[in-house]
Design a protein around this ligand. Structure first.
Ligand code: ADP
Ligand code: ZN
Length: 767
């Protein structure tokens, strides 16, 4: 056997290292190597054409019988690394669960995947010596042909969680007396956010199962089989295949399978977009190819999974951060062995190790959550388009309110535009009306949370036994505290924003860094006891509603009430099953959920998002209002939407009132064009962070001086919208230009990964 220099990528933010490995070892196979004196797992990346002159070490073992990363996915990662200016190593953890790519500090045990016995009952470790690649690859082929002999590719912790018994805190009040062992269990659960897998918990607490039994009897914890939970949901409901209407059929037929093409499917909520995706998926699966289906957030997957599982039983796998490690691991492993044909997931699922993709769906394509706001700052929708191109398959982007980027691409013919203009029978558009808060103020001579029109509508809705949803995009009790004597607001000592008052916990809290403090009695600056809260948040609205409607069942859903895993889904289920009269919360309520008895939607401050200094403020407000309006009256019950606003003449509000996306786009695009913003130019945001504002500015100034690429507009350095976060000062340098020129900047002026500047390509947030 010949050993040749081969690049090995470790799960570390470093470029690949070079080792000697068997000739013909395909890229994407995991290997075990020695790094200095310890062992590590790495991915083979193909032969090194220009190996270093130094003496090379051989690898220790080949771990997999076939590449875990399909070749097309490696191409996608290479593209993404170039485009976003990161290392491929940064993208690996997004493709494979951590358990499959341990760091080299991981204990020896974690580095040994347990390939279970093969057909002959021999442990695969037997074949795992350096030279056995051919033996392993034969086995790999056999598995691919017949997934029924699926081995369990699980390392220790994965294996243990295969039983999927989850232990959860019930939330019952902590009793005064618990044993030390019980206390340990409760504490660990608390720290883990309320739930842990049983084996993990038992080991970390080093207690026996009997302790859990006792706690369960005392009502402090609950034990559930997660598989059962998911299984139940996934099995729910028989498939009720609908007869597609004319528009849906036209859209379906307009998407040629087996060829790359971007298709923008635009239609209001409930117009039947999902039925079109399902029909396309059915055709693609029938051809033996696979489907990648992206959704913007976890909360959306539950109901969708029911529909998918009903239509394609046993063929669906899921990947999102809401799953625990075992579940995520399990479903990704199913993908690796071709044990699932349709993969649904949020942002990172765009990099899932799915082979032979025949269709990609990106639902709610305009959603900002597709963009990562952490390094590497990938945009899943944009990468999905690249992936479709590499796979040679169609991609369908769907939305009621497409991003102006996608809309413009459809208008100039780069994407094919497909529209659903009617809602299927039985579903009517809600009536939308505006309440001018300036009038309400003039009449009542005080600021009101609920204007009389909305109050009356709420009272009527409750009287009829129907549901209402109230949206306010600000959590906490009061937005900030201000001293009436000196005018100062109470700010975070680490960030350049004010602290928000949370009355339930009696804390002032920073929403950026989490800093919190007990509210002071008097102003820390002038000593006067004239502190006063300004700007109501969801917590206060909830309080207010409880006073106004003491008999109503009120549920608040925002980031504060949904910290625990599964609590958001639980809240939605309660609302869907009619156990809630008034839902109040932030924009997490606006997205694609269906509440059958919901007939009233109230937006308490519709123009709140317009005050932000961001060229997308108007677009986001329009999207939010349209989405939330789509929640009302989906079934037989007609819906009513009331928007409270101080700026009733703003286009984002008036076009939302008319539910007119095209009108909005036509009014907004000329502004973008005039100011040179996307979709008419591309942006690269260079972000500097440093201990002092000067250091941040100097770094960007130096970068700016060096720039040699022509045809760019450079703005800055400017202070970020929030100039200081966690004691770091933040400055921005914004580059506008063509994608080619911006790519050229990246190639000519690569950033030092250890430096103070980072790149945000196609930025969405300027905070
Ligand atoms: P969207 O994805 O655009 O919000 P959906 O595909 O979820 O819309 O459709 C909304 C509702 O209408 C669903 O309950 C769906 O089953 C139903 N529906 C969609 N198309 C049809 C049709 N052609 N005939 C009957 N019902 C339909
Ligand atoms: Zn802070």
């Amino acid at each position: 056997m010949t050993l040749v220099p081969t690049r090995i990528q470790l799960n570390r933010p470093l470029p690949p290292l070079t080792y000697l490995a068997p000739e013909g070892l395909p890229a994407g196979v995991r290997v075990r190597v020695k790094v200095r004196t310890s062992l590590a797992v790495g991915l083979a990346m193909g032969p090194d054409p220009a190996p270093p002159a130094a003496k090379l070490r051989p690898i220790e073992a080949v771990l997999d019988p076939f590449p875990l990363l399909p070749p097309k996915l490696r191409e996608l990662q290479a593209f993404a690394a170039r485009y976003y200016g990161c290392l491929e190593a940064h993208l690996l953890p997004l493709s494979l669960p951590q358990a499959l790519l341990p760091h080299w500090e991981a204990d020896e045990e974690a580095l040994l995947p347990h390939w279970e016995a093969d057909e002959d009952g021999q442990r695969l470790s037997f074949h795992r010596e350096r030279g056995a690649w051919d033996v392993l690859s034969d086995l790999g082929e056999a598995w691919h042909r017949d997934p029924a002999i699926l081995p369990t590719l699980l390392h220790r912790s994965g294996l243990r969680s295969a039983g999927f018994t989850e232990v959860r805190l019930t939330g019952a009040p902590h009793p005064p007396r618990v044993t030390p062992a019980q206390a340990k269990v409760l504490l660990l659960l608390e720290e883990a956010g309320g739930a842990l897998m049983e084996p993990e918990l038992l080991e970390s607490a080093s207690v026996g199962v009997s302790v859990l039994g006792t706690l369960e009897k005392r009502g402090l914890i609950a034990r559930m089989k997660r598989v059962d939970l998911l299984g139940q949901r996934r099995a729910a409901g028989p498939d009720r295949t609908v007869q597609l209407n004319e528009e849906q059929r036209t859209a379906l037929e307009a998407v040629p399978l087996g060829a790359f093409g971007v298709h923008l499917l635009q239609g209001v909520t409930g117009s039947g977009k999902t039925e079109v995706y399902l029909a396309l998926a059915e055709r693609v699966l029938a051809q033996g190819r696979r489907v990648l289906w992206l959704v913007p957030e976890i909360g959306l997957t539950g109901r969708l999974l029911d529909r998918l599982e009903a239509r394609f039983p046993g063929r669906v796998a899921v990947g999102h951060a809401g799953l625990n490690a075992g579940e995520k691991h399990g479903d990704v492993v199913r993908l690796l062995f071709n044990g699932a044909d349709l993969f649904v997931g949020v942002r990172n699922a765009v990099l899932a190790p799915l082979r032979d993709i025949g269709l990609i769906v990106v639902d709610e394509e305009h959603e900002g959550s597709y963009k990562s706001e952490e390094h590497p700052r990938i945009h899943a929708r944009d990468l999905a388009i690249k992936r479709a191109q590499l796979e040679g398959c169609p991609i369908v982007l769907g939305s009621a309110t497409p991003s102006l980027e996608s809309w413009q691409a459809a208008r100039n013919g780069r994407y094919q535009l497909l529209q659903l203009r009617q809602r299927p029978a039985g579903i009517t558009l809600p009536s939308v009306e505006i309440v001018d808060l300036r009038d309400a103020y003039r009449q009542l001579r005080r600021k009101v949370i609920l204007a009389p029109t909305l109050m009356q509508a709420l009272t009527d809705t409750l009287a009829k036994g129907e549901q209402a949803l109230l949206l306010l995009n600000r959590r906490g009790y009061e937005n900030f505290w201000m001293c009436r004597a000196c005018g100062k607001t109470l700010g975070c000592p680490h960030c350049a924003i004010s602290l928000t008052y949370h009355r339930g916990d009696y804390r002032l809290r920073c929403h950026l860094c989490g800093h919190e403090t007990v509210p002071p009695e008097a102003c820390p600056d002038c000593g006067a006891d004239h502190l006063r809260g300004v700007g109501e948040g969801t917590e206060q609205v909830e309080d207010h509603l409880r006073q106004l409607f003491p008999a109503a069942r009120i549920l608040r859903l925002d980031r504060d009430t949904t910290r625990r895993r599964g609590s958001f889904e639980a809240g939605l289920l309660a609302a869907e099953s009619g156990q809630v009269d008034i839902l109040v919360g932030t924009q997490m309520l606006a997205k694609g959920h269906t509440f059958p008895r919901l007939t009233l939607v109230g937006v308490l401050n519709a123009d709140q998002g317009l005050k932000v200094a961001d060229f997308r403020a108007s677009e986001r407000t329009f999207q939010l209002l349209t989405q939330v309006a789509g929640r009302a009256g989906r079934a037989e019950l007609p819906g009513r939407v009331i928007l409270q606003t101080y700026s009733p003449e703003h286009p984002a509000i008036t076009f939302a009132l008319a539910q007119d996306f095209e009108g909005f786009a036509a009014s907004e695009l000329p502004f973008r064009e005039g100011l040179g913003y996307p979709p008419f130019t591309a942006l690269s945001l260079y972000r500097a962070e440093a201990d002092t504002p000067k250091a941040a500015r100097d770094a960007l100034d130096a970068f700016r001086q060096r720039l040699t690429v022509p045809g760019l507009r450079v703005l800055g350095p400017l202070e970020a919208a929030v100039p200081r976060v966690r004691d770091q000062w933040r400055m921005h340098l914004l580059l506008k230009g063509g994608r080619g020129a911006l790519g050229e900047v990246l190639a000519r002026h690569p950033l030092d990964p250890a430096g103070s500047i980072s790149l945000d390509r196609d930025p969405l947030q300027f905070g």
